[in-house]
Design a protein around this ligand. Structure first.
Ligand SMILES: CC(=O)SCCNC(=O)CCNC(=O)[C@H](O)C(C)(C)COP(=O)(O)OP(=O)(O)OC[C@H]1O[C@@H](n2cnc3c(N)ncnc32)[C@H](O)[C@@H]1OP(=O)(O)O
Ligand SMILES: N[C@@H](CCO)C(=O)O
Length: 364
């Protein structure tokens, strides 16, 4: 591990990098060599007290769950209101760990990372699954000396990993808090993922994934931006888009909503690697927590880990019925996050998520 970390030292929000000790075996066969995992921690680990909490980000998030913008962090932490001294994930008593996901592009090994031959993985990057992402996180936990998490918490793709942690490693998870996701991807989610992947892979800049070593700007930025536009509509509610933008146009005649989508498209294309977007999107579209376990209902019914499920009432991408299904199969409480923001509500309604986590983890 690089950095000056040792147990008992609080290096709040400083990104560090762990090198996994051996190849990471993949669910679909083969193995990834030399995997690096970027992560940040807050608080002090007390392994005997079992005070470690794993916080898992969604598709385009990163290890910077909390803290100000700064070098390596273009923006404030994505759950900044929730993590810190006196906050619901109270780092005076908890040790909070947030890794960047396997396949990502913010420090953890992914398609843009270099292989041993000095060339980016690019098109040689294998198909990975949610299970592979969790396997990398479990290897990180081993390196950090964390045998069992007091809680594993995540939303959207982070929720898929929290679910996979609980079902795949029940002895290592005291409680799972799963937000805004389902147990198995649905037809609509798969369809939306498929067209986003198509937007990128049909961009002439894609070059079968081998664009990283080409000139800056030669990659599939246009396809990536189109993918984000499509996704952004699905992340918000119809009602919110109507209230905010209606059919209003700008001085140049462009629809306000199209301008909003353009803004998010350009912003993401600047900060995110298209190869990672494709890899992570594929992992989500093939999500099935029951794969190899007799189906998701069997897997969830057999899972001994206590869950808390929560969904956003206006989420049309991962609607509440998906969280209700998991809650019913596991006999767990189901919480409602009220928001007009749709799926993105799990990133925006932090007061409600704080209340939920306070109920689960106790007062700070
Ligand atoms: C930059 C990063 O996020 S770093 C990595 C961490 N990120 C994550 O974990 C998740 C990724 N983040 C996200 O998905 C989003 O940032 C969210 C969901 C948290 C943001 O949600 P909201 O606060 O509701 O923002 P919203 O969707 O309304 O967009 C606001 C932006 O749209 C812009 N905007 C609003 N209306 C329009 C319009 N008509 N035309 C053009 N731009 C517009 C705003 O100026 C604002 O720009 P800014 O974000 O550059 O300041
Ligand atoms: N807005 C979120 C949605 C995915 O859950 C992201 O960009 O990661």
């Amino acid at each position: 591990m690089s950095g000056a970390w040792r147990p008992g030292i609080d290096l709040a929000g400083q990104r560090r990098f762990a090198r996994l000790p051996g190849p990471l075996r993949l669910e679909r066969g083969g193995a990834l060599p030399d995997v690096q995992v970027a992560y940040e921690t807050w608080g002090r680990l007390d392994a005997s007290a079992g005070n470690a909490v794993l916080v898992l980000h969604a598709l385009t998030g990163d290890s910077h769950a909390a803290g100000p913008a700064g070098p390596g962090h273009p923006s404030t932490g994505w759950w900044d209101e929730l993590v810190g001294p006196g906050r619901v994930l109270d780092t005076d008593r908890l040790y909070v760990v947030a890794p960047n996901v396997l396949g990502g592009c913010q420090g953890t090994t992914g398609p843009s990372s270099l292989r041993a031959d000095g060339m980016p993985w690019g098109g040689r990057w294998p198909d990975i699954t949610i299970g592979d992402q969790v396997a990398a996180e479990a290897a990180l936990a081993d390196l950090l000396g964390i045998r069992r998490w007091a809680a594993v918490v995540g939303g959207s793709m982070g929720g898929m990993r929290a679910l996979e942690w609980a079902v795949g490693h029940p002895d290592r998870v005291a409680r799972a808090v799963v937000l805004a996701c389902g147990a198995v991807s649905t037809a609509e989610q798969i369809g939306l993922c498929a067209v986003q992947i198509q937007a990128i892979t049909e961009d002439p800049g894609w070059h079968r994934g081998d664009y990283h070593a080409r000139a800056p700007g030669a990659g599939p930025d246009r396809g990536m931006a189109l993918a984000r536009r499509i996704a952004q509509i699905s992340y918000r509610s119809e009602e919110e888009l109507q209230e905010r933008f209606g059919a209003r146009t700008r001085a140049d005649g462009q629809f306000e909503v199209a301008s909003y989508l353009d803004h998010h498209a350009v912003k993401l294309a600047r900060r995110f690697d298209a190869g990672s977007y494709v890899s992570l999107t594929r992992a989500m579209m093939t999500q099935d927590v029951g794969r190899g376990r007799g189906g998701y209902a069997t897997a969830l019914r057999a899972c001994p880990v206590p869950f808390t499920l929560a969904g956003v009432d206006s989420d049309r991408l991962y609607p509440m019925r998906l969280q209700a299904d998991i809650a019913s199969l596991t006999g767990s409480p189901l919480r409602l996050i009220h928001s007009r923001a749709g799926h993105d509500g799990f990133l925006i309604e932090t007061d409600q998520i704080a209340d939920l986590l306070r109920d689960v983890l106790g007062p700070s």
